[in-house]
Ligand binder design. Structure first.
Ligand SMILES: Cc1cc2nc3c(=O)[nH]c(=O)nc-3n(C[C@H](O)[C@H](O)[C@H](O)COP(=O)(O)OP(=O)(O)OC[C@H]3O[C@@H](n4cnc5c(N)ncnc54)[C@H](O)[C@@H]3O)c2cc1C
Length: 557
């Protein structure tokens, strides 16, 4: 089948010929291989289907008109903005890909401490503008080249700053949203004729329907504008840097300090996370970041990255350096924190608080990471999150697995077992980078008086090598998921999106297929509830299967 030509003519009238295309070469750019971390669906080796047409709207009115055409001709559509995730790509060949990159205005409201963003305002730009005004924004862990709106409106978006600034769902204020049926919904204070300062309005909260905790991943129409919270930033209005590519560093600031905390055991680690997340003023940012390269090579990797001529081939040489060897051993159980002083006294207090926590848990600050040049590099890395390319360094791709994000006192006790599991796996398989078992990376916590942590074990694989992909899948399905089952941690992170797309074709699942999948689920009412919501707002089921639904008629007795 081909894209409906009557509909195409109407789309041309809405945006003009320049901003809609059926050109095969341009459409081909809107596909994604699924062997990518962003899929979080296991590293399968297919590609998402090619869209029938691609359109770039320039305003909310144009988005609404486009969605109405889709409803008129029963065309599936999917909005996507910065495309870091496979979730935003279409699910069949006749679909319309709505690329939001033309909408990129933002509007600051300093007095009420929020900013209204359009889809293509990326984190880097929003943060730069916020800092000029003495504010900062929660940066999703996917990094500063991702869309602030896409994360905040549609997918998880926690990150290093979430311990201080909250996750996306906590930063989501009023919103303007074109629903799948073409109606425009304005929520919270905006919907009551007010301003954008509040996400909740009179009556039932539509915020929970549009967003919830996880987000609806483009399955609920198109978000066109969103207000997100601004948070205090006492640092410089422009971040001064020095050094050269690829290792820019922050010029030292009296009120910004970066430490890598080390612990003798996992109890010390868990207790520190508890202290820091119960006292959310201490850490401005908190992340277990560099462990993604694995417990044996992480410091050698940093050494290599700080050398402008450094290459991966140099890593073994750095690992032999006695100082790096010793410090790597001491850095097995670690956590990076950034403290930011609002005043001189506040800074002194935070320094003391960190020292006191370390004293209580018998921890220490890692000496390698205390070197000024390393500290300055880490500060810019964590504040800006502009190095997400490094998530792909070792062998072109990774899959986050495990997802030990529940109670840290429970999950931290499983770390060594998980570590052993990977080491055992490596004895009989060679498709995954042997980084030392523990390559667990993730954010300190969310808000909420010690909210959840968010960790993922990096499984590095070569996405161009069939056997490497197979090994990654094998590890997630047959080892990692089983460990999660054993401890009741639920779905392994590598399997989060398994029920959203066919692994081989990238097609979305039909309602009949979803009924089959969810009828026997332990808590099927979640899916029947979502079915009823979909029926009300998306009766033609036009936006794909990332919103899981179960027809109540199919409930098993
Ligand atoms: C290297 C890497 C690291 C990551 N680390 C983290 C992390 O630490 N924390 C975390 O939370 N996630 C992380 N992720 C997952 C990440 O959050 C998702 O990949 C992210 O949503 C994609 O970001 P994006 O901003 O490019 O959005 P897009 O890929 O553009 O879109 C994401 C979803 O939102 C929908 N969407 C986009 N724009 C709109 C719109 N205007 N209206 C309606 N729906 C829309 C899309 O359909 C899609 O489903 C990571 C991913 C990668 C690749």
């Amino acid at each position: 089948m081909a894209f409906n030509q009557e509909a195409y003519k109407e789309l041309e009238l809405i945006v003009g010929k320049r901003y809609v295309t059926q050109d095969i070469a341009e459409r081909e750019c809107y596909r994604s291989i699924m062997a990518e971390s962003s899929a979080h669906s296991g590293p399968f080796d297919g590609e998402t289907p090619i869209p029938g047409a691609v359109i770039l709207p320039g305003s909310t009115e144009e988005v609404q008109a486009i969605v109405k055409v889709c409803n008129k001709y029963d065309i599936h559509f999917k909005a996507c903005t910065t495309f870091w995730s496979v979730m935003g790509f279409v699910g069949d060949e006749d679909s319309l890909q709505i690329d939001m990159k033309r909408m990129k205005k933002m509007e600051f409201h300093e007095r009420d401490q929020y900013v209204i963003v359009e889809p293509y305002c990326i984190g880097a730009v929003v943060q730069v503008e916020a800092m000029k005004r003495g504010f900062n924004v929660n940066m999703a862990g996917v990094g500063c080249s991702s869309s602030t709106l896409a994360g905040a409106s549609s997918w998880v978006a926690f990150g290093p700053s979430s311990c201080f600034m909250g996750v996306a769902s906590e930063n989501f204020l009023a919103v303007e949203w074109v629903l799948p049926n073409g109606e425009i919904l304005r929520t919270g204070s905006l919907g009551s004729g007010g301003d954008w300062f509040c996400g909740e309005g009179p009556g039932p909260s539509t915020r929970a329907i549009l967003r919830g905790t996880q987000g609806t991943a483009g399955s609920f129409g198109v978000c066109t504008r969103l207000a997100v919270r601004l948070h205090p930033w006492p640092g410089p209005t422009v971040l001064p840097s020095y050094g050269t590519i690829p290792a820019y560093k922050l010029v030292p600031q009296w009120n910004i300090k970066t430490y890598t905390l080390n612990f003798p055991d996992w109890d010390g680690y868990a207790n520190t996370i508890n202290y820091l997340s119960q006292n959310q003023d201490i850490a401005y940012l908190g992340h277990r970041q560099y462990n993604m390269w694995g417990r044996y090579i992480k410091l050698a990797m940093i050494k290599m990255l700080l050398d402008p001529d450094g290459q991966l081939a140099d890593v073994p040489k750095y690992m032999e350096d006695p100082f790096i060897k010793e410090q790597t051993e001491k850095c097995r159980i670690d956590l990076q924190v950034v403290i930011v002083g609002m005043t001189k006294r506040d800074m002194e207090w935070k320094e003391k608080a960190i020292d006191e926590i370390l004293r209580r848990v018998n921890g220490w600050k890692n000496e390698f990471m205390l070197q000024p040049e390393v500290q300055d590099w880490v500060a810019l890395y964590l504040l800006r999150l502009g190095h997400k390319n490094l998530n792909y360094t070792l062998c072109s791709s990774y899959e986050g697995s495990g997802g030990l994000s529940n109670n840290v006192f429970v999950t931290s006790q499983v770390m060594e077992e998980y570590h052993q599991l990977r080491e055992e796996f490596d004895k009989t398989h060679n498709g995954l980078a042997a980084t030392g078992g523990d390559s667990e990376m993730g954010a300190l916590s969310t808000l909420g008086g010690g909210g959840i942590t968010g960790y993922e074990f990096f499984q590095w694989f070569d996405r161009h090598d069939r056997s490497s992909i197979d090994d990654c899948r094998d590890f997630i399905q047959n080892y990692s998921q089983k460990l999660c089952d054993k401890y009741g941690f639920g779905t392994d992170m590598g399997n989060w999106n398994n029920t959203a797309r066919h692994p081989d074709t990238g097609y979305y699942y039909t309602q009949e297929e979803q009924n089959e999948m969810f009828a026997g689920a332990p808590q099927p009412y979640l899916f029947t509830y979502q079915f009823l919501i979909k029926k009300a707002f998306n009766p033609k089921d036009l936006c794909g299967s990332y919103y899981r639904t179960l027809d109540p008629a199919c409930l098993k007795k």
